[in-house]
Design a protein around this ligand. Structure first.
Ligand code: APR
Ligand code: ZN
Ligand code: ZN
Length: 376
């Protein structure tokens, strides 16, 4: 491409400081160095974790930063030594890499690559420099992917090549929300046919967990949210019962235990609140119940529980990107989407031009959107 090897000037949404709205700026994006890929982002979803970034409540993020981690695009150019993708390929940048070499990557049971933001902040590329500048200042990357930029640079092991037929304005959700929720049910919980499930939080992530429970053959899926406007979509995607904790005097875990006799087989928390994490754990049956934590608590928060909840036999697990080994599995998920094995398009309630990124966040905060997709 004509731009290869050159600095590209393009649009990006910069968070200059915590607690401020994003500002759409012209940024400079340097060419990829060895082992890196520069991607033209075509579409990006807005995930609740991006809002945590704006509030300054996600660990290890540095400002000014370009957030966004649910994108899809086309390779513009590659650095020296890159072999798995070439200019023109459709790709999804991966907020959880798969280096293929670390002990976690080599373990077939795990998807949590050691080249992750939690193991070592991904605010700069692996050579400890940034590819972004704006108004003469260095801008930090976010989880290496920074999909709120029209062009972004990521390490090769954080890029998944996908089918050329994939609609980028739809499969961008596979970069986080859909893969996370769906995989939490399929991979992390391994929901069994005929089982009972409860999903707390009916945003993009929780509704994807509902879809995963349904695909796995769950007989009953109890959807929990304080916003009843989310119930119609939850039912459309497979929920059998929808309940609002505010409609009951007793704690929601007691309501769910009564509804099911002894609690559900699998529960999922896709909100990121201490109270709902404990309620989700207490909602699964004390003998063999399994609770999967998906939502993120604010940085530095802790949680304390009555150990009896676990002593009696429950299992409490967490999941990142739904347990998928990212580079290998995201393309397969895209293939399943193209084969119409599920319809993740139903999660997209709004499609907006990129300039309306702050409006997208307002819709999320007001509970009016499931997923907003921004188009460059
Ligand atoms: N009880 C029940 N539901 C709640 C509660 C509560 N106390 N508080 C909020 N909710 C619901 C909201 O009404 C909303 O429908 O949780 C849902 C959260 O959805 P989104 O804000 O759309 O968030 P989403 O993008 O799905 O992410 C959920 O997963 O990846 C993490 O950081 C992310 O922690 C976040 C979580
Ligand atoms: Zn690895
Ligand atoms: Zn996310």
């Amino acid at each position: 491409m004509a731009t290869a090897g050159k600095v590209i000037k393009c649009k990006a949404a910069v968070a200059w400081a915590p607690g401020k709205p994003l500002s759409v700026e012209e940024v400079e994006v340097a060419p990829p160095k060895a082992g890196e890929v520069r991607i033209k982002i075509v579409a990006t979803g807005i995930c609740h974790s991006d809002d945590h970034v704006l509030k300054g409540s996600l660990p290890n993020v540095e400002f000014p930063v370009i957030p966004g981690h649910e994108g899809a695009g086309i390779v513009e150019s590659t650095g020296e030594g890159v072999t798995s993708v070439k200019p023109g390929d459709k790709v999804i940048p991966l907020c959880l890499a798969q280096c293929g070499e670390c002990s976690y990557c080599r373990n077939p049971e795990s998807n949590f690559c050691q080249k992750s933001h939690i193991s070592g902040p991904q605010n700069l590329l692996p050579d400890k420099t940034s590819r972004f500048t704006c108004k003469g200042k260095q801008i930090y990357h976010f989880l290496w992917v920074s999909t709120f930029s029209e062009y972004t640079v990521v390490p090769e092991y954080a890029v998944a090549k996908i089918d050329a037929a994939a609609p980028l304005d739809k499969v961008c959700l596979f970069g986080c929300g859909f893969s996370t929720g769906y995989g939490a049910a399929i991979n992390t919980a391994k929901v069994k046919p005929g089982s009972t499930c409860a999903v707390f939080g009916l945003g993009g992530v929780g509704l994807s967990a509902v879809m995963g429970c349904k695909a796995a053959g769950a007989a009953r899926i109890i959807a929990v949210d304080i916003n009843k406007d989310k119930f119609a979509k939850a039912k459309e995607l497979g929920a059998t019962d929808c309940i609002n904790p505010r409609d009951f005097k007793k704690p929601i875990q007691e309501v769910i235990t009564e509804m099911t006799g002894q609690g559900v087989d699998y529960s999922f928390e896709a909100i990121g609140h201490r109270d709902t994490m404990i309620a989700a754990l207490a909602s699964c049956n004390m003998n063999t119940g399994l609770c999967v934590m998906i939502g993120e608590l604010d940085s530095g928060s802790e949680i304390s529980i009555d150990p009896t909840l676990l002593l009696t036999g429950r299992t409490w697990k967490g999941t990142m990107l739904g347990g998928w080994k990212s580079r290998e599995c995201i393309p397969k998920l895209v293939a399943s989407y193209l084969e119409k094995k599920f319809n993740s398009d139903l999660l997209i309630t709004h499609t907006l031009p990129f300039a309306k990124v702050n409006e997208g966040f307002e819709l999320l905060r007001a509970g009016k959107s499931i997923r907003s997709v921004l188009l460059f």
